[in-house]
Design a protein around this ligand. Structure first.
Ligand code: HSE
Length: 339
């Protein structure tokens, strides 16, 4: 399978490393031989119809800061030219999330769909702002659109609900969808101030490039929108979320909750009608009351009751594993429909 990679930050680089380390197994177990035929970042691009040498690509990025130094050609095509003109089965959209307009990811995704290419997005922006119309466009163009890595990092929250709970009807769900705020709240419980806990989260690389996306609840709201559309079949976008972040949570609130055997968590909830993100006191015995950067979601289903999935919600290699999951699914679908 030929892939075009747009954006070569931590997640896309981790994906390239994953392909390097697991290529033999991917072929023997899944019959899949992914080749990155083009890779674009802010500095330029690298193209090879036979497949880029991933070691060399990673070295160019590490030593020169851009994939444009992959070879002497130092190509200067823009992402749109590449999406439209390079032959590939899949486009990986891995540019940073922008929740104001969704660009440049939105245009990349739309143009990939229009040129008949399947999409894997780890960029939450376009989905949070235009999920219903993007899904319609994917169906209209007969392409697959997958985005496992947008919710829960490597933890298969979307698949758990969509596939494992297929035979049931999910009536509501609630949980922790943002690792940074959960880390900050957990550290505050240990006595750290809000500001020093946030600095710590930034240093550890959990926080978004603009940390207010985490602390004001935008990131959790974006993930909630993706889940509500994909799992509950709602047609909603960011503007439908009633959102409040954690910046007003005081150390004294956290301490008080602790005395009640509870903890304050940034809870995202959907009950099929309403979408809310807000700081909430959660009893310690509730399975979603997890600490650190963990994510946790409890689904309530009509027949099987409550089910909870917990796992690491962020990180390069974790999210790269979700990309691989999407790629295998696309490959299986393409194979099924070509026989
Ligand atoms: N900033 C996000 C978080 C990264 O803290 O959960 C993963 O989407």
């Amino acid at each position: 399978m030929r892939l075009i990679v747009i954006g070569f930050g931590v997640v896309a680089q981790s994906f390239a490393k994953l392909l390097l380390s697991r290529s033999a197994e991917l072929y023997s177990e899944h019959g899949i031989k992914p080749r990155i035929v083009a890779c674009v970042d802010k500095g330029g691009c690298a193209i090879s119809p036979a497949g880029l040498n991933l070691q060399r690509l990673l070295e160019a990025k590490k030593s020169k800061g851009t994939v444009a130094f992959y070879d002497k050609a130092g190509s200067k095509f823009d992402p749109m030219q590449i999406i439209e003109n390079v032959d590939a089965e899949v486009v990986l959209e891995a540019t940073p999330t922008n929740l104001e307009g969704g660009e440049p990811g939105m245009t990349h995704i739309i143009s990939a769909m229009r040129t008949g290419k399947n999409i894997i997005s780890v960029n939450k922006g376009p989905l949070a702002l235009a999920f219903p119309s993007l899904m319609e466009l994917a169906n209209y163009n007969g392409v697959m659109f997958r985005f496992s890595g947008t919710v829960g990092g490597g933890t298969p929250i979307l698949e758990f609900a969509k596939r494992c709970l297929k035979g049931d009807r999910i009536t509501s769900f609630r949980g922790i969808l943002n690792g940074t705020t959960n880390y900050i709240l957990s550290k505050m419980e240990e006595g750290l101030t809000y500001d020093s806990a946030l600095d710590d989260a930034k240093q550890k690389g959990y926080a978004e490039a603009i940390p207010s996306l985490d602390t004001d609840g935008y990131d959790a709201a974006a993930k909630l929108v993706i889940m509500a559309n994909w799992i509950m079949g709602m047609k909603v976008t960011m503007k439908d979320v009633d959102r409040r972040g954690i910046s007003d949570v005081k150390l004294s609130d956290v301490k008080k909750a602790k005395q009640n055997n509870s903890a304050i968590k940034l809870i995202a909830a959907c009950n099929n009608k309403r979408l809310d993100v807000k700081p909430t006191e959660v009893p310690k015995i509730d399975p979603i009351c997890v600490n650190g950067t963990l994510n946790a979601v409890s689904f309530s289903s009509e027949h099987s009751g409550q089910q909870t999935i917990i796992g690491r919600g962020a990180g390069g290699i974790e999210t790269a594993s979700a990309i691989l999951r999407d790629l295998i699914e696309i490959r299986d679908h393409v194979f099924e429909h070509s026989n």
